[in-house]
Design a protein around this ligand. Structure first.
Ligand SMILES: [Zn+2]
Length: 382
């Protein structure tokens, strides 16, 4: 790692002698060759980082001050506990942004080399300056090292640059409606797309293929993807209009039969590579989703145990265990968040009220049906 970082530092120094430290405003090279920015990236997402109060520039900070004034007394108290130097930052990214402004470039690069591309893409959104720097082509080696930190991640495909690949892998918003939590990645189209947007905007593959020149219509060069339906039988095979139109334009622009044959042969090879890489990416993504689901389950289980322990201290654990299946699915229990003193105080009253009602109903039921045991009631309640 140390060697790879020094290579990155050397490369970055050689390529960008004017870039000395990050706390000086970065003069961004607008030259296309020195820019890794994805031109298709929606403006709303580019602005996302700049809108956050903790990362806003001094001019925009004034605009968000009213929000600070309106915060509750509780949040003001919390703010007072935070040391002055960290009040405008939040979480790992806030710390890193501050670090990037306060320490020499060599050290920053060294630290960035230990991150993954998802961290870099989020960092690039935290401020205009960081974005300008990280999206500069001179920082490509840092992106490469960050990508190589990720276990089993397939290599960078030839049609994407590092930030574009990172966005596809780590930014879970639908590229059509921009809503978050979109886990459907259409690898061959280089896009994320929720089911609804996919059905509404991507044409059936059969329709699209029939609009292509007969010479390559059935040569399997036009990428397609499957959108999940209600069952695997109902999955939708869709195409991408932009890719289809581009293929058609390229093919029809060729004048000779030989050029057209070569074009088909080249596209066939490209499609094989694209499909192979897509399968590897899908496997990697499935593993990531599985890992994330396990982590969430783990956090939920720990929260449940912590809540039961706290209930034990106030005499309500036994009742919660009588209805454990139902209890662990309660909206205040099931959250994938660590239980803190503060959060426990926020949920305690409601949980005790719910358990109290349950106990009342249970005892009434036991009186009405004397033969029924606590266990059978627990099963019924669960
Ligand atoms: Zn969508």
């Amino acid at each position: 790692m140390a060697q790879r970082c020094s290579t990155a530092i050397k490369g970055t120094h050689e390529a960008s002698t004017s870039l000395t430290i990050l706390n000086r405003r970065h003069t961004r090279n607008e030259d296309q060759d020195d820019d890794l920015t994805d031109k298709d990236e929606p403006e709303r997402l580019r602005k996302r980082g700049r809108k956050s109060p903790e990362i806003a520039s001094s001019s925009t900070r004034k605009a968000v001050d009213w929000k600070t004034d309106n915060r509750s007394a509780e949040s003001k108290k919390k703010k007072q506990r935070i040391p002055e130097q960290f009040r405008k930052v939040r979480g790992k990214l806030g710390m890193l942004e501050r670090l990037a402004k306060d320490v020499p470039l060599d050290v920053v690069i060294e630290i960035f080399c230990y991150l993954d591309p998802g961290d870099l893409i989020r960092l690039a959104r935290t401020s205009k300056d960081l974005r300008g720097i990280l999206m500069s082509k001179t920082w490509e080696s840092v992106w490469r090292i960050a990508r190589e930190n990720v276990q089993d991640l397939p290599p960078l495909p030839p049609d994407l640059n590092e930030p574009q690949y990172a966005r596809l892998l780590y930014e879970s918003y639908c590229h059509v409606c921009l809503k978050g939590n979109c886990d459907i990645i259409l690898w061959l189209f280089r896009m994320r797309c929720c089911k609804k947007c996919g059905v509404e905007t991507l044409p059936p593959y059969e329709d699209l293929i029939n609009s292509q020149p007969m010479e390559y219509r059935h040569r399997g060069i036009l990428p397609s993807e499957w959108l999940p339906g209600n069952s695997s039988y109902h999955n939708h095979r869709v195409g991408n209009t932009k890719i289809a139109e581009q293929f058609k334009a390229e093919y029809t622009a060729l004048q000779t039969l030989e050029d057209r044959r070569n074009w088909i042969s080249g596209k066939t090879q490209c499609f094989r590579e694209l499909a192979r890489h897509g399968r590897l990416c899908e496997e990697w993504h499935e593993t990531q989703l599985e890992k994330r689901a396990n982590e969430v389950d783990n956090v939920r289980q720990k929260r449940l145990e912590a809540i039961l322990e706290r209930l034990g201290e106030i005499g309500w654990r036994e009742e919660a265990e009588h209805m454990l299946n139902k209890f662990k699915d309660h909206k205040l229990v099931k959250q994938p968040k660590k239980l803190t003193d503060h959060s426990w105080n926020g949920i305690k009253v409601e949980l005790v009220k719910m358990l109290s009602n349950h106990k009342e109903n249970r005892l009434r039921n036991e009186q009405r049906y004397p033969g029924s045991s606590l266990e059978s009631w627990s099963i019924l309640a669960g």
